[in-house]
Design a protein around this ligand. Sequence first.
Ligand code: SAH
Ligand code: SF4
Ligand code: F3S
Length: 447
Amino acid sequence: MKPTDTPKTYRVKSFGCQMNVYDGERMAELLEAKGITPAPEGEAADMVVLNTCHIREKATEKVYSDIGRLVKSGAEAGKEPLIAVAGCVAQAEGEEIMKRAPAVGMVVGPQAYHRLGDMLDRAVKGERSTDTDMPEDAKFAALPKRQKVSPTAFLTVQEGCDKFCTYCVVPYTRGAEISRPFSDLVDEAAKLVDAGAREITLLGQNVNAWSGEDAKGHAVGLDGLIRELAGLPDLQRIRYTTSHPNDVTDGLIAAHGEVDKLMPYLHLPVQSGSDRVLKAMNRSHTAESYLKLLERFRAARPDIALSGDFIVGFPGETEAEFAQTLDIVDAVGYAQAFSFKYSPRPGTPAASMPDHVAMEVMDERLQRLQAHLNRDQYAFNKASVGKTCDVLIERKGRKPGQWLGKSPWLQSVFFDSELQIGDTVRAELVHAGPSSLQGRLLEHAVA
Ligand code: SAH
Ligand code: SF4
Ligand code: F3S
């Protein structure tokens, strides 16, 4: 690699989960603290961070094709962009990327990106570097303070996973479960609110495994943190994701009935409706124990909107087992959901299990599952028509004069009136579509 000038502009491209997006925002802040500014849209950036995701197949191949594209478009613009590969593919395949892609100057894992600035200094001198260490806790303390944020902000409270579901790479790419300290989180949340956030989504691979000590030294769980954050006067909404059925506590369920700012929405993945498959996945809950949990959430907060994740075609999944997934979907009536075809990940136990399901079978099952999920999402939206609720305006819609916000149940709500990003408006939901609603403005609500 040749020495180069310090980059003036950057672009961060995030490909993964919300935590990956959060990491992308923090890396952007770090580059901005070094005086590097976002590249204007449509212009080649001097430095590009590919913030990758390893959760399903093709991610790695996609990284190489993205690198190829960057080199080509850089050459067309007469420059050689400085390329950093970050995120979970960097963690899993850092060495390999360095070997295969000479255009890459830096490889940095999700637990080490606070050192991106130093790596950049080295890259400017012509030295390539890889950092996939997992130092505990150091990252957040070393990041610059939050400044400008959108009305809806992410806050990572917990990282890593000790669950080792047999299909999943996350425990390997993100490491063991750690909880950020209570006081750091309260501090960061207050800064986010000062910077304009009105809704904060607490993030973690197993966010409800978060634990800490409050200001008085009492042990608290996620519900304790939520209750504390609810005390921030200008914060209107709190959400959290993703939770794991095994880490649900009585306190968290109770918070849904007691904390007004905690939105009536729960993303609680079940993955499959078959107990045999769940066991093979190492999920350590059953279809029935999952349904019982949901009943308790519904008892605490009857209007709670439910969401989940599903995998079809886990090794050995039979038609009858898949049908049990459709049954659990029918029993729950999800407001939203994410569904995936099983993707073998190198090094995970499921990848070497027998009886992999043929791609055509997975395609067909995914289609059937999504038909059920789409039906239920539409039904949930239709049942919302006539309700009055607050909507937090997040952005302009695609059509001129159109604005878009989220209902408490995380539905997209469109308005044809002139509004402002960050406004909270009181609205009647007047028309439902399969994935959004039309709102009628009643009044601008005060915070
Ligand atoms: N920690 C969260 C989310 C993990 S990743 C949880 O446990 O729920 C998000 C989703 O990706 C998972 O819930 C699962 O549905 C899906 N997923 C993970 N590994 C996968 C794989 N190998 N193939 C297909 N889907 C996968
Ligand atoms: Fe992956 Fe399971 Fe951990 Fe979720 S709980 S991150 S699916 S291993
Ligand atoms: Fe992907 Fe890593 Fe998130 S693998 S889903 S970016 S934790």
